[in-house]
Every structure is written in structure tokens, then in C-alpha cells.
Design a protein. Sequence first.
Length: 555
Amino acid sequence: MLRLSRSIAVGCLALIAPLQPVVAQTALPQAALPQAIVPQPGTLRVAAAVPPRLEFSEVEMALARAVADSPVLAAFYGSNGLRPVFAGPEGQALRDALRQAVTASPAHGIPAARYRPDTLAGDGRDLPSELAAELAHARVLARYLSDLSGGMVRPSAVDPQIHRQVRRPPVDRMMAEFAASGDPAGYLASVAPRHPAYRALQQALAARQDLVVPPGLPAVPEALWRPGMRDPGVALLRERLASIGFAAPGAPDLYDEALSAEVARYQQAIGLPADGIAGPRTIRALNAGADQGTQRILMALERMRWLGGEDLEARHVWVNIPEFKARILDGGRQIFETRTVVGTADPDRQTPEFSDQMEYVVVNPRWNVPRSMTVRDYLPQLKANRHAVSHLDVVDGQGRVIPRGQIDFSRYTAANFPYRLRQKPGDDNALGLVKFIFPNPWNIYLHDTPTKHLFANRSRAYSNGCIRIGDPFDLAHALLSQQTDDPQAMFRRALEGGRERWLALTPNVPVHLVYFTAYPDADGGIAFFEDIYGRDAALWALMEKAALDSGGRTD
């Protein structure tokens, strides 16, 4: 006879207490959960709050003991009265739906092996195997729901500049909804992000299976071929390309324009610069069969799962950091786009990832220099020459401008400097003539800039972390259009005053600062972007580890 220790029982029931009363096979009256569990040989008795002779079955006792170390499973089975849900003929539809979902998990970029599908075979008849099968299905279900609704990897584990809060629903609640669903397979299909971009990434992942060269073909020697060059190795290049649908007619050993065009098509498909030159990176990808583009699509699917709880159908601002673009999207439709300048690759100046609510358009802003920049960049200059950076006012804690002649800058260090630096509104203000505020602990916002020439560059990582906007007035008009029939006039009146004006956005507009190095483009293909901060390598390593982790906790 199995026994349930006092510590396990109390711990398990304490977790499930907020949900609903635990019931045994005899129905309990609706009453508050007990505060303590007193174990007895062969039974589990509930003290004081329930009839003293009520006994829990052996299955219920074993199940409670088995899930006591898992808050998610304890909460789920607590809400279910410690009753198995997968066992017997009545659990067949749930078992089948879960096995089918696990088998299809590679379509989401998640290896099925992560879910130990071998543990889902059969349902058993005696108590140990029945309980083992129940727990195996429950643990797989919890992990699958957690993965698909919010990702395999915790965002903050990838990089300290990722502050994204995953808004997945409580996993125990999803488990209960699955168990109660009349269409369990349909329920599992609905858990992953429903955004069109996620489906487009899945389709691109499926299509890329065709980019793997069949085994048995000889490898291409590494070289650097341009149109007009001849080499025996070009024939091998032609053969491997043709095997995956990139065939070009021509002399076997000649690297001609037709072959260059097919190489460019292949490069674009796998996420390399499509220059039509067969260099070492292109040839290595062709020889390996795997490619960086596929990895980037897999990482994009994971990043989309991090956003699964966000309403991306609502009107929002979307800033894809490595793309150097900002957009306004509404109902899945793009209504505004502009170029951006983002933070440099310096770890202290990278633009972070997070979501927030944009609350204000600030016209003619003053620039309050961030303290980190003040003590790092400007204090050394002021110590050398008190008249340095003369465009900035020195301001005390009460907001008063202090004449520099009254300050002995040499007395101060980064730790004890008591002043702030601030720049007046104006055309040469570092923030330009407008900024867009979504209050956050990292003091990140969107803003205009006087350094317009930077927007002509292909790569635009130059800022101290904030996002500079190429068309700031147009962005202001688009954001204000929800609260006035003439946003241009509203903005112009605020601008002409010359003083700082805060225009509240009603309603607030969600803003998402994201980092996708692969994302669907307007033409239905997948666009690839440079990994400017090196976040892909860290994410990929954690995804590989998670994919191999078939025995980790589910909560």
C-alpha cells in the first residue's frame, strides 16, 4: 500500500488549494479546502474540514505524490480532483491528439524527441503502468503547451538586453481546457501563435527541406568563382545546384552568367548575400546541406512564440532592430514605415528588446542626458575643461541651471557627480524636434535626430540605445491620427510654439522592440538581416540545448 508523506501531501495540496476542493471518488460538498493533511496507513485523510472517514483511493494518493514536485501538474490535477484524464478508453482521444501533435512538432521547428514520444505508447492496465502512462502524457502535454505558447527558451537567458516578458496563459489552465475540449487535436493546433508571420515562417521552413542536397553527390571544392571563370570544380557546383532545383544550362566547367544567376537565387534562399559569386560560405552551405537561413527561420519561430501572448492584430508600432526599420501595423496591415538608427554593437549601447505602451508624442523636447552617458562621456571632458560641451546646461536636483563657474568638476567622480546635463529644445537638439515616449526602466524611446545623413547607410547601428526615426513628423502624424481629424495641424501648432509640449496618445499605442534576423517580407518570401548584436549565436545554442532536453521540468 502506498503512503503519502505529510510534507508531500501538504506541499501538493497547498499548491492546488486556490483552485477548487480536492474530491475523492465519493463526491464532496462544496467547501473550503483543508489546511492540513494527516496521512494514515493505506489512506489519505483530510483533517477537520471534510468528513473524517473520507478515504482517497490508491490511484489518487499515488498521483498526488507523483506530481507534488511540479506546481503545474499539481495545480492541474488539483483542479481535476486528482483524477487521471489520459487512462482508459475515455482518454483515447486525448492520447491520440497529443501523440499527433508531438509527431508534427518539427513543423514548428521543435524536434519531436524533446517530448519523448516513446513514453506515450500504450496506457497500461495495472496501477504502476497506468500511473506511469498518465504522468508521461501529462508531462509531455505541459511541456508542449509551454513551448508552443511561449517558447522553449527563456528570453532573458539569451542576452541581458532582452527584457521581454512572455505572456503565456497558465499552463495548468491550458491543460484543463485541453482535457475538457470536444476537439483536443484542434485545441493543440490553436496554441501556437496564429499570426500570419508565424505561418509564413512555417511554410518557409517546410520549403527549405528541398534545399538539402541528396546524399552521394561529390562535394564542391572551396573556391571563389565569378562569371567568365573556368574550373573543373564548376561542374560539381552545377551538379549539386541542379539536384535541388537550381539548374543552369551551359558548359560544365564555365562559370557563366546563367550559373551566377542560379547561385544568387540559392544564396537568397538560404539567407546569404545574393551576389551571384560562389565563394567559400556559399560552397560550404551547399556541401553541408544545412544553412544559416534555416537556423534563422527556426530562431524566428521561437521569437514569435515569445510574442504569442501579445495582440499583434491591434494597432501597434513594430521596430525590428537588425532590419533598421520601424512600422505601424493595424489589423495585420502596414500603414506606415520608416528607416531607423539603432544602438551600436557595444554591450552598453545596444537597443534592448521589450514591449510597452507608447503614451506621449513630445514636441520640441529637451534632452535630459542619461546619467550613464553623463559620467562616462561628458564628465571627463568637463573635468578637463569646464566649458566643454557648451550646448548642454548643468542642472541641479531642483532643475535649476547652475553656472559652470560655480562648479569645481575636478572634485567629482562617476559615483558622486550630483548634477544632470540637459539640452534646450532646438533644431540641433540630440533628439531633434520630436520624441515618442513609452516610459520604461531603460530610458529607451524613439526620436528625431539632426544627423539625418546616417539614414543613407545600409547598416545603421550608431546610437546609444534609443531608436532614431528617419521620418519623425510622419510618424507623429500617423500616431496622432487616432485622436484628431487633422493630426498635421495638431502637431504643427505644438511645434510652432518652440516650447516643449507633451501630446498624450489616446488610446496608448503598443510598441514592440523585436530582433528578427529572418522575417516574412511583403512579397511572401523571407528576408534575412545581419545579426548586428550576435544574439543569434546565443539563442541558437540554447535552442539546441532545449531540443536535446527530453527530461527537464515542465514548470
